[in-house]
Ligand binder design. Sequence first.
Ligand code: ADP
Length: 258
Amino acid sequence: ELAQRLRGERSTRFGARTLVYAVASGKGGVGKSSVAANLAVALARRGKRVGLLDADVWGYSVPQLFGVRRNPVALNGLMLPLQAHGVRLMSVGFLVADDAPVLWRGPLLHKALEQFLADVHWGELDVLLLDLPPGTGDITLSLLELVPEAALLAVTTPQPAAQAVASRVGRLARQQRMPVAGVVENMSTLVCAGCGEHTAPFGAGGGQRLADELGTELLGRIPLDAALREAGDTGLPVVAGDANAPSAVALTELAARL
Ligand code: ADP
């Protein structure tokens, strides 16, 4: 139904009707990359052809989250994305040696993103997810320019402070006439492994408030779940490795809504 609503925004660049989502957050550490990675895997498991572009150039985490670190192969002047868990991946982390810091500035960043979009053989895609760096910096602005058809998927925790910062990204999107697909609240509740009781270490309501503020929907609430964190550390996304974990169930439901 969301796809229906965004139909006008579908891109023809990566396939006949590709949905492009920019996964963004106000600040780091709210789980934006974890959500993007698991959403990509969940969509692939639903039979979609999915690409994930790690545009978090300084803080890239896709190689770690997917457990892949190889140099992409070039074919006819195009780089082939790496494949893992059914997702086509591209990250600056595949190109730099041994976790070297990336020191690129504005113009070079813009160029690199342009190449990630144009000089990568993505093939036909149903969905392309862009994992943006946190905030409203150079890369976010470049991507808005390079992929104007991307719809914003804003990730926040329930905490008022996180929601307030995320709303700046939302307002930037609105200003630039970027479509807003919806909000994902991450780290919503903590389920006690012993007694099953739900607690809310980061408070409640941030996701819904952000969605209201942006005039969009809260598409999903992902619980704080040790399984997700462990999965990220071992390079096997929780959705693929432990599909019954509470976070995996919520992320799979979220994928069904996109
Ligand atoms: P961001 O991309 O916003 O900086 P990350 O996806 O890198 O955030 O997540 C930050 C940290 O929080 C990581 O260690 C990750 O494993 C952990 N994390 C994210 N979401 C959850 C969750 N729902 N439950 C448990 N840990 C999480």
